[in-house]
Design a binder for this molecule. Structure first.
Ligand SMILES: [Ca+2]
Ligand SMILES: [Ca+2]
Ligand SMILES: [Ca+2]
Length: 457
């Protein structure tokens, strides 16, 4: 008996341990963080992903100085070595090594200069790049040669600007490029060119499958490129983990990833990007389901082409239940306009969504909203109704101007019938936020969800 008891305890321990290991897996996709070259930035690690705890260990990175405090879970990154591009910051958690993609970009400065014809006590440059602020960019003449200067950090683009001296706006007479400012005067114009002249793009050129491998093909396009790319220029992540170089082949700007099929079960995200001489390509994101790109087989939610319906504004299918608020002060576009469940059913039966290529419908909240109006606080203080559905007052009653729960079920059944006929999808009612009803409302979402979802809580 005692042995059995001990075995039971051991079993409980094993179960607990496996539970422990399970919690040590990061499910969230960690999105790239941005850093300015040569500068330091702080990131709250819990903003990057969720985990039961943040007892993680960062591995050294040649382009980043890294410090991490367990107590405040603050990650401090400084880019070093004048690096620009994409680098992966690796950390260990549980038994897995994860990667945080870090995108480092340099800030470009433009020097504005102005040689005034008379002395100014206070001179500054104002423009679209600084919101025409008269405070942030004062100009100085450090070498006393009569020309005032300032270096302004500025993104590529076209900007209108002026100088501002002692209460007076001054056009840059040294710059011939100016445009009327709509107030009877002129603004000077400057164009800041992009730092890289070459247009680069990473193309997804398809997938092939063999018995034990999936082969993902890409082509890196870069006209005027100095040298072909090598493996070290290619960043490949499967979920948050590094795809080792042994699985990457690069030849004449063509990239092939050889991924073993057995490791590709379930839903995964493949992310690929190229960075060369500081210039970054786009990211190619490929959602994968059991090794194949989502959409190549059975329906996946990533394939959902969503039509978002605000019920009241979509189609008035049943005029007998229209009951807009009778109140002069209600702003007419903010009153009920008559859209309802019947209108959506009619359009589904018309084949309207299929013609548009829509396979998923998302409808606004269906909960009963108050039959009164509320006034917006900021001016012009108009009165609004709850036509949008985001002011729920009941977690069981359906808004009477949309119809009844019975009609809602008819809508759901119509969508299901469509799905069974031609792979159209079902609608997901939005969940209201900011009220105590959120939890209950989201249960409603589950209950109305498609097959395969949790039926009832
Ligand atoms: Ca000067
Ligand atoms: Ca109606
Ligand atoms: Ca109501």
């Amino acid at each position: 008996m005692k042995i059995i008891k001990n075995m039971t305890l051991a079993l409980v321990f094993v179960v607990m341990m496996s539970g422990y290991v399970y919690t040590q897996k990061i499910i969230d996709i960690i999105h790239p963080v941005r850093l300015v070259a040569g500068q330091t930035a702080d990131f709250k690690i819990s903003d990057l992903y969720y985990a039961a705890d943040y007892k993680i260990k960062f591995l050294p990175n040649k382009n980043l100085e890294v410090s991490f405090g367990y107590r405040d879970s603050l990650l401090r990154l400084t880019s070093k070595n004048d690096f620009e591009g994409i680098t992966l910051l690796a950390f260990e958690y549980g038994k897995t090594t994860y990667q945080i993609p870090v995108v480092v970009g340099k800030v470009r400065y433009h020097t504005f200069t102005f040689k005034p014809t008379k002395p100014y006590k206070y001179l500054t440059v104002i423009g679209q790049f600084n919101g025409w602020s008269r405070q942030y960019t004062p100009m100085t003449d450090k070498n006393s040669d009569g020309t005032y200067e300032i270096d302004v950090p500025i993104e590529p683009g076209r900007y209108e600007y002026k100088f501002y001296g002692d209460g007076e706006e001054i056009v840059d007479y040294a710059n011939k490029d100016s445009v009327p400012n709509g107030m009877g005067a002129y603004n000077s114009v400057i164009i800041i060119e992009k730092p890289f002249k070459n247009k680069v793009f990473l193309h997804n050129t398809g997938v092939k499958e063999t018995k034990s491998y999936m082969l993902y093909h890409f082509f890196y396009e870069n006209q005027g490129q100095a040298a072909l790319i090598m493996k070290e220029n290619v960043t490949v992540l499967l979920d948050n983990e590094l795809v080792p170089e042994s699985q990457i082949k690069v030849e004449n700007n063509r990239i092939t990833l050889n991924l073993e099929r057995w490791g590709m079960k379930g839903n995964k995200l493949l992310r690929v990007a190229v960075t060369q001489n500081g210039q970054k390509s786009n990211w190619q994101y490929i959602f994968i389901q059991d090794g194949k790109p989502a959409g190549s087989g059975k329906f996946n939610w990533y394939d959902g082409i969503i039509y978002s319906i605000m019920i009241d504004r979509f189609k008035d299918g049943d005029k007998s239940i229209n009951k807009p608020l009778v109140r002069d002060s209600v702003f007419p576009p903010a009153n009920y306009n008559g859209g309802d469940f019947q209108g959506i059913i009619d359009k589904m039966n018309d084949g309207y969504f299929e013609k548009l290529g829509i396979n998923t419908i998302w409808i606004s909240p269906i909960n009963d909203n108050p039959n009164t109006a509320y006034r917006e606080y900021p001016s012009p203080n108009r009165w609004y109704t709850g036509y949008h559905g985001y002011w729920p007052i009941s977690d069981t009653k359906v808004e009477e101007q949309f119809c009844t729960m019975k009609k809602m079920k008819e809508l759901v059944n119509t969508a299901h019938k469509k799905r069974d006929q031609d792979s159209s999808r079902f609608c997901i009612p939005s969940c209201s936020s900011g009220t105590s009803l959120v939890e209950k409302t989201s249960r409603m979402v589950w209950y109305l969800g498609p097959p395969g979802w949790q039926k009832k809580p």
